[in-house]
Design a protein around this ligand. Structure first.
Ligand code: DQA
Length: 145
């Protein structure tokens, strides 16, 4: 039963709302957190929503998730394209993972076309803005059925 979900956000996502709004939308990360709280409540899920600019902190949070959470939704931001450490941590805890990106990374610069996360994720949702987070919560709810 997937009930407790850790939602992780990587570097610069704390600047949403004032950062490249044409790409990322005008909602702040706090707005997205509120949306996730509403959605998870409806789905009977409990969430812990976090953001860090530090790769090491994200790795620590992933390691600590073992035994406390049933799944991880992660927008690793720029670390998507660089972090073997986050890849390894997610692989180590073996929790179901859904990767989310606000923007369609495949329509953007070529350095954003590869992800170290997608090969160990159940699935990836990108290009749908904040809706991607809601869809990820719904996908995890569906897995319980
Ligand atoms: C992002 C896409 C990444 O390439 C970028 O570095 C981000 C945000 C997204 O949500 O679209 O910071 O993960």
């Amino acid at each position: 039963m997937i009930k407790n979900i850790l939602i992780l956000n990587g570097p610069n996502l704390n600047m949403l709302g004032s950062r490249e709004n044409d790409i990322y939308g005008s909602d702040s990360l706090a707005d997205i957190e509120q949306m996730c709280k509403k959605k998870s409540g409806k789905n009977g899920q409990a969430i812990d929503f976090r953001q860090s600019n530090s790769e090491g902190e994200l790795v620590n949070w992933i390691q600590d998730a073992l035994g406390k959470f049933d799944a991880i939704i992660i927008n690793p931001a720029a670390y998507t394209h660089t972090s073997i450490a986050i890849h390894d941590a997610l692989k180590a805890v073996q929790l179901p993972v859904i990767e989310v990106h606000l923007s369609n990374i495949y329509k953007r610069e070529s350095f954003r076309h590869s992800s170290y996360i997608s090969m160990i994720a159940l699935g990836q949702i990108c290009g749908l803005g904040k809706t991607g987070y809601k869809l990820a919560l719904d996908a995890l709810a569906e897995l319980n059925k």
